[in-house]
Structures are given as C-alpha cells and as structure tokens.
Design a protein around this ligand. Structure first.
Ligand code: P6P
Length: 327
C-alpha cells in the first residue's frame, strides 16, 4: 500500500518533521528518530565551534595524520569527538566508523544502528573561512544483538543505507538528509537553536552546465572517459566551480544542477574520496533526488567495500551529465 505521504509546510522544525515521519512509518521505532536528533545536536555544537574558531585556539593543524594520510586539523579532532560522543550517548547506535579513526568502534550495547561519518570534510578550508561539512550514513547492524560487532557490520554496500545526509556549515548552516523517501533540507536558525524545514522534497535538475573538478589534476587523470568529458565541458563553455569542500560543491550541484568529478589519478589510482565516509552517503541523497553517482564503471551504491577506508573515483550530480560521462 502506498505510504501516506505527509507534506509539511516550510518552517516546520526538524523535530516535528521527524515525528510526522514516524506516523508515516508505523513500524518505525522512536530509536531511529532519536538517532537523527543526536546527529542534529552534535551538528549544532560543531556549528557553534566553527563560528568562533577564529577567536579561540582551535584553528590550524593538530600535528598528526589520519589513516588516509590527510593532515588532521584541530577541528577535525574536535568534530570527531563531538559526533562520537553524541552518537555513543543515546544507546541507539551500536557501532561507529569515522574517517578520523583507523578501525571501527564497538559500543558494546544492544543498539540497532551503525553510523559511518566524516566529521569534518574539507577541513583544509577551515583556516581560510570557507564552507566545510559533515557527512553521515546510517545502516542496520548485521551481527545479532549481544554479539561483538565484526567487519561485516561496517563493510555494507551503500544500497543498504537506511538514511544518509550531510551538514553544510556555510553562510547559513543546513542539514540535508534522506531516509529513502525523498530529500529534505533544514536551515539552522541560531536564535531558536533549531533546524527548520527550508527545502522540501529536493529534486536535482536532470541537466546542468556546472562542473566541479580540481583542474590542476587534468594531466594526471587516469580515466579516459573523465578526460573526454572534461574537454566536452570546456568545448561547451560550461561553468567551472570547485570549492575544495565536497559537501559545498555537492550541495550547489544538487540545487542548481551540475556534476562533481574526482577521477582516479596517478596520485590516487583507486580514487581519493572514501566510499564509506563520503561517497555512499551523497550517492544515496543524489539518487533520492533523481540524480546519479558512479565510479565510472558501476553505481557507487553497488560497490562492495573491502575495508573501511576504501577509496573510489566519484562522478556525482545531474543524471544526464553523469550518464554522458560514462557513455
Ligand atoms: P583536492 C577534502 O579533503 C576532500 O575530501 C573533498 O571535500 C574535496 O572535494 C577534495 O577532497 C579536495 O581534494 O585534491 O582537490 O584538494
């Protein structure tokens, strides 16, 4: 039976939106709703710290590197702590993987949900006050309750996500997520301390003329399809827009139409972007909004990860633009 879809008015709070979705999914238990609230709470805390980062000593490098070899910023570590603490407290989450942690975290509880998170993506931009983001995926646990978690709980295909989304910390901060029934965007209203529905049922334009790629990589691209498509964009005088923060580039392309490309290169022959912490979450969102996400050979959501820091080439955005690149 078609689920009765409740369309809520712009301006409704995230809490009321989540409550209304519980009504739409009678089988939904409150735990999942509480998990979304926990993510939103951590986002508010990180947003507050980012807004005053220039005034207290939390800018700059932390002096170490994460598993992927990225230099960690102090705010990377701070955001990681905030989200892991928020997700650990509620009891709904039994396991976490983070871009900032080498291996998985087993919270040793009877929670039903697994969370994969990139606590602060694009952090190289923080010190120059450019938008950054948090990216998250939510999966169901595989291992039966009261058993220790295994790699299988975390190495799930993106197609198995039950929810995913991102927080964009920009001129205004937004939470955009899907639970598999469309994509909705909430703008943070600091005076209320609330995320408020601002973009209902977001649909990605099937076509566009904006492309996002690090042009400096042009000569080191390994994928001929990506090289040909890049030339096609230039021959057709498309607009190049590359912020260096995936969440910011993705969000603009989601709302205006466009494509983001990070192909395999001589420096990153398997691709730079992480499947579990960046690509899967955004691929679920873009597909729910009518767009497409691929590694050039297959849909991102169908890739089977072999380790939690698995990387992949990523082409994501307007369906016709991505289809043109791969065909
Ligand atoms: P490059 C940030 O490290 C990130 O993961 C994405 O947010 C961003 O789009 C990309 O890498 C930037 O990579 O090689 O262009 O600096």
């Amino acid at each position: 039976m078609e689920k009765s879809r409740i369309d809520l008015p712009i301006g409704v709070t995230l809490d009321r939106f989540i409550k209304s979705k519980e009504v739409e999914y009678p089988s939904a238990v409150g735990a999942f709703s509480q998990l979304l609230r926990d993510i939103a709470l951590a986002a508010k805390v990180v947003n507050r710290e980012l807004n005053k980062a220039g005034l207290i000593d939390i800018m700059g490098n932390a002096g170490n590197y994460n598993t992927a070899g990225d230099e960690q910023k102090k705010l990377d570590i701070l955001a990681n702590i905030r989200f892991i603490r928020a997700l650990s407290k509620g009891g709904e989450v039994c396991g976490i993987i983070s871009e900032e942690n080498e291996s998985f975290i087993d919270l040793e509880n009877d929670g039903n949900y697994i969370v994969a998170i990139d606590p602060l993506d694009g952090s190289s931009n923080i010190d120059v006050n450019v938008s950054v983001g948090t990216i998250f995926s939510i999966y169901k646990r595989i291992t039966a309750v009261n058993n220790p978690l295994t790699d299988a709980d975390f190495l799930q295909k993106g197609r198995l996500q039950i929810a995913s989304g991102y927080i964009l910390y920009g001129p205004s901060s937004m939470l955009v997520f899907t639970t598999g029934n469309g994509v909705n965007g909430f703008t943070y209203e600091p005076s209320l301390g609330e995320f408020v529905l601002s973009n209902s049922n977001i649909q990605c334009k099937q076509d566009g003329n904006m492309y996002s790629i690090n042009e400096g990589l042009s000569n080191s691209i390994l994928d001929p399809k990506a090289k040909q498509y890049l030339q096609f964009c230039k021959d057709n005088e498309y607009t190049a827009r590359y912020i260096g923060s995936l969440v910011a580039d993705f969000h603009r392309n989601l709302l205006k139409g466009g494509i983001y490309l990070y192909p395999a290169t001589t420096k990153y022959p398997k691709g730079k972007l992480r499947l579990m912490f960046e690509s899967n979450a955004l691929a679920f969102v873009i597909e729910q909004a009518g767009g497409k996400a691929t590694n050039g050979e297959m849909d991102i959501l169908d890739i089977q990860p072999t380790h939690i820091h698995f990387t992949t080439p990523l082409y994501i955005g307007s369906k016709n633009m991505v289809s043109k690149l791969i065909n």
